[in-house]
Design a protein around this ligand. Structure first.
Ligand code: FMN
Length: 409
């Protein structure tokens, strides 16, 4: 046991001791007049006793913007799980590039357009959605809240947003589709064993998923330094929860197999041979690959660099959108994700030709902070901000949003 001026430190290993020491330090800071001059930026600290230091919201309705949920999520989650949300690869510069790209465009607002009625609706594959805001696939959501994907499904259902479920969800596609009470889209990581891929697709079909989103940007394994650093701060025993049991969507599927790293364009033909569902590719960022998508009969594209989690290309998602849109030339829908945090961000992607925009981390912050209610409030805030951006621009409906509403900085 170590004794500091603020009190004794309990701890059996060095990590416990370091964490305890930080808690004591933060308590000391909380009582210090010095604190008044410190900014409360996300990432400032992650200790439970520091709520007052960080000025955290205590319920979803108190949130001013979605970053209020980020702070609570960081505060609530064990370090390793927070690191899993936050991480990019290497120096996280592609995560940052995704955000920076929005600053490359100004809005050119038009005046004297009646904007008392804003229609944010979009249509995707024959289904009309109230807004262009959709929820990205993200694995392991019970690591962020005990209700995991079921809470997200309830929120998406209540707020009427499209939801895409990950292959590596911690609740099965059957259960999540049931909680959503309608068709969700299924994200597929093709397996190195095609029989597993076939089994996953069959489960998605049986759960009523009309669209299979094939993620094609996860081939390198990962170099997630930020995650690994947060893991070091986490003193819990990972194997207590990560038991090695198959994820729910893999239950009953026979034969081993990991993530396929030898994927080629043949995967589209292979999938066509086993399913008649709509097929999207997620992770396309160049016009060359967009052209190949059309050539191979893909039904739609999600422009994505996996939120900067699978590559350190520095090629921002928004920066890759125009060339993909140009190559596709309206033949199939183009969605996008990566760094969308403000209504203005969505507006810019729509002006550059996206048909819809997906969010990842923001709704996970809402989930980690307050479960279903947190996700609902994140969606509510973003809807409000998109509406305001459309009013500002003088674009009463999505089809009114044109490239001419933007200028490059
Ligand atoms: C914690 C986490 C888990 C993710 N898991 C998956 C996944 O299982 N499948 C997938 O295609 N993308 C996955 N993604 C990537 C998202 O679908 C999306 O591309 C990315 O989060 C968008 O960027 P944003 O987080 O900046 O909004 C994950 C992202 C996060 C943050």
């Amino acid at each position: 046991m170590i004794v500091l001026p603020h009190g004794p430190i309990q701890g059996t290993n060095m990590n416990d001791i370091k964490l305890e020491a930080r808690r004591h330090f933060l308590k000391f800071l909380a009582g210090s007049p010095l604190l008044a001059s410190l900014p409360t930026t996300p990432g400032f600290c992650d200790d439970l006793e520091s709520a007052e230091v960080l000025n955290l919201i205590s319920e979803p309705s108190e949130a001013i913007d979605i970053f209020d949920f980020e702070k609570v999520a960081e505060h609530e989650l064990p370090p390793a799980h927070w690191g899993y949300i936050k991480t990019g690869v290497d120096d996280d510069r592609t995560v940052q590039a995704n955000r920076d790209a929005f600053s490359k465009y100004y809005m050119r607002p038009r005046r004297l357009v009646g904007v008392s009625k804003i229609d944010m609706s979009v249509e995707l594959f024959g289904t009309k959605w109230e807004t262009p805001i959709a929820l990205c696939p993200a694995g392991s959501q019970r690591g962020f809240h005990e209700d995991g994907e079921l809470a997200v499904a309830q929120a998406a259902k209540n707020k009427r947003h499209l939801m895409i479920l990950s292959t590596y969800s911690s609740n099965s596609v059957t259960d999540v589709a049931q909680a959503y009470g309608g068709p969700i889209w299924f994200q597929l990581y093709p397996s190195s064993n095609f029989e597993i891929t076939r089994g996953l697709v069959a489960k998605a079909e049986a759960a009523g998923c009309p669209v299979i989103v094939v993620t094609v940007d996860q081939v390198t394994g990962d170099n997630r330094d930020t995650l690994n650093r947060y893991r070091k701060l986490d003193t819990r025993e990972c194997s207590d929860c990560h038991t090695g049991e198959p994820r729910p969507n893999f239950e009953g599927l026979k034969g081993g197999g990991g993530l396929a790293t030898d994927l080629t364009w043949d995967i589209v033909k292979q999938l066509r041979s086993i399913t008649d569902r709509t097929i999207l590719l997620k992770g396309i960022v160049t016009h060359e690959d967009a052209e190949l998508c059309l050539k191979h009969g893909v039904d739609g594209i999600i422009v994505s660099n996996h939120g900067g989690r699978s590559e350190e290309s520095l090629w921002a998602s928004l920066d890759s959108l125009p060339e993909v849109v140009q190559a596709v030339d309206g033949k199939v829908p183009v969605l996008i994700d990566g760094g969308f945090r403000r209504g203005m961000d969505f507006f810019k992607a729509l002006a550059l030709g996206a048909d819809a925009v997906c969010i990842g981390r923001p709704y996970l912050w809402g989930l980690a902070a307050f479960g279903q209610e947190g996700v609902e409030q994140v969606l509510e805030i973003l809807r409000r901000e998109v509406r305001m951006a459309m009013m500002t621009a003088g674009t009463p409906s999505i089809k009114d949003i044109k490239r001419s509403h933007l200028a490059a900085v």
